[in-house]
Design a protein around this ligand. Structure first.
Ligand SMILES: Cc1cc2nc3c(=O)[nH]c(=O)nc-3n(C[C@H](O)[C@H](O)[C@H](O)COP(=O)(O)O)c2cc1C
Length: 246
């Protein structure tokens, strides 16, 4: 009985990151509830069969094996992963950064999530400098719940984020979702380690923007393992593509 009570408490504690963190929202609520109800039911059914049949009861053993599988292979890694990612996703207080001349009449905004390393910010600065050479002023805004900018003031808006587990970071997604992008030209800049998922990741991010009626004029994902000269070349090519469409 103590075993069941202790595990019930552990399952409920695991539920905290699982249900409240930003990252875990990509798991449908029905799936989360099912996993927790299944785990607690298996645990208590095991306890009942164990009491009835003792240590050798086959059903009690099978229920315990399924319970351990659910806890250690599914719920614990997902709960721990959600907790870690929500720590990584906490907002950083980064002031807006302007690249290009103040004399430029047209401005381009890039709203971004910086990620953990310098990679995303480095890509954005190089891209912004390339764009600025064409007489634009580029302003980089770190996405956060307090960020309020008039998107209509920009000639175009870039949305940039590292990809984690196939998704853009929640602070940027929240920013997209709480803004109206109707008639605004938008572009997507992703960074990530996975070359093979470039099309899927950029299409997924573009879809979020299109759902808010934004018009996609370009999308690209920059890969952390690319050689420096390849990366610079890819950024240059992307800025050229954007300038042509503006
Ligand atoms: C927890 C975690 C999950 C990640 N998932 C992906 C992924 O699904 N696809 C991908 O291309 N890169 C993935 N990456 C790599 C990051 O996108 C890459 O490091 C990023 O471009 C730079 O972000 P960072 O500054 O936060 O490291 C992941 C990185 C971390 C830490």
């Amino acid at each position: 009985m103590n075993f069941a009570i202790i595990y019930t408490v552990i399952i409920l504690l695991l539920g905290i990151p699982f249900f409240i963190t930003n990252f875990a929202r990509i798991i449908p609520i029905g799936v989360k509830i099912f996993l927790f109800v299944a785990a607690i039911s298996l645990l208590w059914l095991h306890t009942i069969f164990f009491r009835l049949k003792g240590r050798t009861g086959v059903i009690a053993i099978i229920l315990l094996i399924i319970f351990y599988f659910l806890i250690y292979i599914i719920i614990l890694p997902m709960g721990a992963g959600s907790a870690v990612l929500s720590i990584l996703d906490r907002e950083k207080n980064i002031p807006a950064e302007t690249i290009g001349s103040d004399d430029s009449t047209e401005q381009i905004y890039i709203v971004y999530h910086p990620g953990m390393s310098e990679f995303t910010t480095k890509v954005l600065r190089v891209l912004a400098e390339d764009i600025a050479q064409n007489n634009y002023k580029v302003i980089l805004y770190s996405a956060g719940k307090d960020l309020q900018i008039n998107l209509q003031d920009a000639r175009a808006i870039g949305f940039a984020s590292p990809v984690y587990a196939g998704f853009i970071r929640p602070p940027l997604e929240d920013f997209i979702q709480r803004n109206e992008l109707s008639g605004i030209e938008c572009f997507v800049i992703l960074t990530g380690g996975g070359k093979e998922s470039i099309d899927v990741d950029t299409a997924k991010a573009a879809k979020l923007i299109e759902e808010k009626d934004g018009k996609i004029i370009g999308k690209e994902k920059f890969i952390t393992s690319d050689k420096e000269n390849e990366l610079q070349e890819k950024i240059k090519l992307f800025s050229k593509e954007l300038i042509e469409k503006l």
